[in-house]
Unconditional design. Structure first.
Length: 340
């Protein structure tokens, strides 16, 4: 029986990039490019005709940009979309509009191979993701302040595909005095600072891209910088600090959720809360198990609300998750536990 290929539609106003992406994707025997379009209007007609499994989408296009196209497309034809874009905050607008993931557009011929390899991987991940419920609105009230309970508590969150929006859906309901929080979200270098700044503008708590030596403290969220450094948390006296060190990929990633969670398990023990959100693979699963074994309270996102139920599933299957929760309820699980 022949292998069922992933049908992909390529949308980009540049004929050079369209051809590059088409040829690159078809190097993989599990992917078939069923068409290409130079603008959203052509893309719409091809979607109706061919019903692709995944669409790759440029953000900056004539007639209608990719973000507006997504806003119009997703309610009518919800489908997995991987954005191919230059380094720009527009990527986060596209993810907010329903895109599953993004790939950084190559700036030179030397970067083409890297871009294509990443795009092939993310196209395959997108093909098994869920997008029909991509934008549910939850009418939540920001919880009241926690008070001085759990002064030494630290919260650690790990996420991958679908995690930019999932993480925001959790922390936007954090009160101002939430315990110090550290986050690894798989994301390329150059995007994590924009992501942190964007969250900072939308949350009650202070959010920033982590720097070496940053103190983890109440009301502050630190995002691991993308690139070649792992983020760990070390303890000095009663305080926690960020330690960033260059290293090889762990569980397929750098920064790695496993590396962060293991450091929390070793340095915070039962004074920690671990949260593992949507994402492909198993990064964070062994780390959150170590946290649980050392007394931490651990939460995993449920299958129904995960864009990709990979990381939280593996964590649950190996016994690392104490509480399974829908995305809409995770912030409440955290705040309620902090109040005990």
């Amino acid at each position: 029986m022949p292998i069922k290929k992933i049908k992909v539609l390529v949308v980009d106003d540049s004929i050079v990039f369209r051809k590059t992406i088409e040829d690159g994707l078809e190097q993989d025997d599990k992917i078939e490019v069923i068409g290409s379009a130079s603008n959203p209007y052509e893309a719409r007609d091809l979607i109706v005709k061919f019903r692709p499994d995944v669409m790759t989408l440029d953000v900056e296009m004539p007639l209608m940009n990719g973000i507006e196209f997504l806003k119009k497309l997703m309610p009518q034809y919800p489908m997995p979309v991987v954005v191919v874009s230059a380094v720009s905050e527009n990527v986060f607008d596209a993810l907010n509009a329903g895109a599953v993931d993004f790939v950084t557009k190559a700036k030179s011929s030397k970067e083409i191979d890297t871009m294509i390899k990443e795009l092939i991987i993310k196209t395959k991940i997108a093909s098994v993701s869920k997008v029909s419920d991509h934008k549910k609105s939850y009418d939540h009230v920001i919880p009241k302040n926690i008070g001085r309970n759990r002064d030494n508590t630290i919260i650690a969150i790990g996420a991958s595909t679908g995690g930019t929006e999932a993480t925001f859906d959790v922390i936007k309901y954090f009160p101002k005095d939430i315990p110090g929080t550290v986050i690894v979200q798989h994301m390329p270098e150059g995007f994590t600072k924009m992501y942190a700044d964007r969250l900072n503008r939308s949350c009650l708590v202070y959010v920033k891209e982590a720097e070496q030596g940053d103190r983890v403290e109440r009301g502050k969220i630190l995002i691991a910088p993308g690139g070649d450094k792992h983020m760990r948390v070390v303890r000095r006296g009663n305080n926690y600090y960020v330690d960033l060190k260059t290293g090889d990929k762990v569980s397929g990633h750098c920064p790695s959720v496993d590396v962060l969670f293991e450091s929390i398990a070793n340095n915070a023990g039962k004074s920690a809360i671990g949260v593992i959100l949507t994402g492909m693979g198993r990064d964070g699963a062994s780390g959150i198990l170590s946290m649980k074994k050392n007394g931490a309270y651990t939460i995993g996102q449920d299958e129904k609300t995960s864009i990709v139920y990979g990381m939280p599933k593996v964590a649950y299957d190996i016994g690392g998750v104490e509480k399974v929760s829908s995305l809409a309820s995770i912030h409440k699980c955290i705040v309620d536990y902090c109040r005990k």
